[in-house]
Ligand binder design. Structure first.
Ligand SMILES: [Zn+2]
Ligand SMILES: [Zn+2]
Length: 647
């Protein structure tokens, strides 16, 4: 008999060799129907794998990441089986599950090209195969046996993977007529894979190496129920409509020019105005919190980055140095602002009474990204960080953390990112060699982060071993309106740069001490933040931030003069206003301007001119009735104050 311990600590005895599925069936039939994989002593297993010794177990359904992994990974095998049936001789690279679904990298051989048009046919085959309820059978094999199998099959990709595995740890999984090299875990059978959608085809270099063969990557997603797939596809449609690259163009916010260079965003007037308002908003908050704005150059001597350690760590994958024509000087495009700020700290002696010093800069940095990695505003080669570095004493860490968290939460509140989590990354205490800084300092800063997060009531997850080598950190993840996760703000403690730059302050004991440095960027970068904001709001920015707040729509040319009078009045109150003077029907003018996401539409005709009033429409809310000009200004300003949570 074996003793099985459940998550609620209850213990039951079973025959040796019992499987997770048998245990689930005994507990309840409905559980057995939903469960997809099982953790056995913290290792995720197939439900059909025999348990031969005492174990604590935990079942996973589709809601759990472990359940989804087994489901999607099994779906990748199912797709591979369909491909092998339809395209005999196909060779297989890797086929993992990913955050949403799975992919498989395949080589269909010379002369066969799979395109999006082929996906329905493959999908159909997958449905046919899944209905056979074929079981996924695990088999542990010797390296020789598995090498022979794939040599006979002629799959050089699998042979390369096998050559890197250790004998005694290799397993094969088969379902139907298909066998794959795999660690698992998998579903008991193909039956639960009911709703199937293959999403797209892309190219992918074998092992990510551009010198090697380009394989065909096929992406797909599957669900246990059709309505779940429908919901997911609906979400994808909405995401497509909100894609910041599409809306950025439509709303004339930013552009890219092949001539200027790929990955270098260019802000158009409307986008520049929006970005400037975001900067001013944060600038004001930061001034209130005692930050001092600084400005540093876009390039720095290579020596600076040798001191900071960036050259050694990232130099190979950076833009090449810039050389002066005669003096032999070498400069780098600035990849980060920190080294410059360290030099600012150093320009005069500091006393413990001067700390904390908070240096803030909207600093534009340049980082080389491979062209294939570039994506809209989220992966670029030049971007502006809302950066700041806080130099403080160790005893000030917690208070500084609390203040940084306050700023980040205020920003989230104003921009209505109401659903967020915070991730605390700590060092791995069993691997201290990996980190620089004393144990005492690490303990102090980790405690400061955890206490500050607790005091602010943050929902946190703690990741052991995820800290940077130079210090622990706190990252903020927001869920947008479609429930997608984005990483935004980040706060990092750093013991490394103060050491490398030999930063000092004179303590109350008249001795020299080393300050602690905190890097923090609430937006992350303005580019990335604007991208997330566009997708979160579908381009309907808050009134205080949006490029054009009001558009005046005269019913006919006769009322252009009155429209101009209204414009002048609103401009006096700094309300960003346009007039739509086109000779179009009022219905069309309303539709067009709503598409431009302008929050307020003011319709003016004879009635309005006579009574010195406006007919007000609010985007998404419709008709708000007639108002005097003064009342409109008052209500608009009230709305902005409310958005900025000023009262
Ligand atoms: Zn597998
Ligand atoms: Zn920094």
């Amino acid at each position: 008999m074996v003793k099985i311990t459940f998550p609620d600590h209850s213990v039951r005895e079973y025959q040796e060799g019992v499987t997770g599925l048998e245990i689930a069936k005994e507990l309840s039939n409905s559980l057995a129907k939903e469960v997809l994989s099982v953790s056995v002593n913290d290792e995720v297993w197939d439900l059909t794998r025999p348990i031969n010794k005492d174990a604590h177990i935990k079942f996973h359904k589709f809601d759990d990441p472990e359940g989804k992994h087994a489901f999607w990974h099994s779906s990748a095998h199912l797709m591979a089986e369909a491909l092998e049936t339809l395209y005999p001789g196909t060779k297989f690279g890797i086929g993992p599950s990913i955050e949403n679904g799975f992919y498989y990298d395949v080589d269909t051989g010379d002369g066969i090209v799979i395109t999006d048009a082929d996906l329905p046919k493959i999908e159909e085959k997958m449905v046919e195969l899944s209905r056979r309820n074929n079981t996924y059978v695990r088999k542990e094999v010797s390296k020789k046996e598995v090498t022979d199998y794939f040599r006979e099959k002629g799959d050089e990709y699998k042979l390369e993977l096998i050559s890197e595995l250790e004998d005694g740890t290799i397993s094969l999984y088969s379902q139907g007529n298909f066998t794959d090299l795999c660690r698992g875990p998998h579903l008991p059978d193909t039956g639960p894979i009911k709703a199937i959608k293959l999403l797209n085809v892309a190219g992918a270099y074998w092992r990510g190496d551009e010198k090697r063969k380009q394989l065909t990557r096929i992406y797909g997603i599957t669900f246990p129920k059709k309505n779940m797939l429908d919901e997911y596809l609906e979400m994808l449609e909405q995401a497509k409509a909100r894609d910041h690259r599409k809306l950025g163009k439509e709303l004339e916010l930013f552009m890219f020019s092949a001539k200027v260079g790929q990955g270098l965003p260019i802000w158009l007037p409307r986008g520049a105005a929006l970005r400037e308002r975001l900067e001013n908003f944060l600038r004001k908050v930061q001034l209130d919190y005692g930050y001092q704005p600084v400005i540093t150059p876009h390039i720095g001597q290579k020596e600076l980055y040798i001191t900071s350690g960036h050259w050694e760590k990232y130099g190979k994958d950076s833009f090449r140095p810039i050389l002066t024509p005669t003096e032999g000087e070498e400069f780098l495009l600035k990849p980060m602002n920190c080294p410059h700020h360290c030099e600012i700290y150093k320009y005069k002696p500091r006393s413990y009474k001067d700390l904390p010093i908070r240096l803030a800069e909207f600093g534009t940095v340049y980082r080389y990204e491979q062209s294939g990695e570039l994506h809209g505003l989220t992966r670029v080669r030049g971007f502006t960080q809302d950066d700041a570095h806080i130099f403080c004493r160790p005893d000030q860490l917690k208070e500084e953390f609390i203040k940084v968290i306050d700023i980040i939460l205020y920003i989230f509140k104003v921009l209505e990112f109401n659903d967020y989590t915070a991730q605390i990354s700590l060092r791995d205490p069993n691997d201290r060699e990996k980190y620089i800084g004393t144990d005492e300092n690490w303990e102090k800063s980790e405690r400061a982060i955890m206490e500050a997060s607790k005091e602010k009531g943050l929902k946190t997850t703690i990741e052991i071993g995820e800290a940077a080598f130079y210090g622990p950190k706190l990252d903020f993840l927001v869920n947008d309106a479609l429930g997608r996760k984005w990483q935004l703000g980040t706060v990092q403690v750093d013991y490394n740069l103060p050491d490398r730059f030999e930063l000092e302050y004179i303590g109350s004991d008249d001795q020299k001490h080393r300050p602690v440095m905190i890097h923090r960027a609430p937006f992350g970068s303005l580019e990335r933040f604007v991208a997330v904001l566009i997708e979160h709001t579908a381009g309907k920015f808050p009134l205080w931030l949006t490029p054009d707040q009001v558009v005046i729509l005269p019913i006919s040319e006769k009322f252009h003069d009155y429209a101009k009078k209204v414009l002048k009045f609103l401009n006096n109150y700094d309300i960003r206003t346009l007039i739509d003077e086109r000779n179009e029907k009022i219905g069309k003018k309303i539709r067009d301007n709503e598409l431009k996401r302008i929050p307020y539409l003011l319709i003016v005709g004879e009635k309005e001119e006579k009574s010195n009033t406006l007919s007000v429409r609010r985007q998404g809310e419709g008709d708000k009735g007639t108002m005097t000009l003064e009342d409109f200004v008052i209500s608009l300003n009230k709305e902005i104050e409310k958005q900025l949570k000023l009262n």
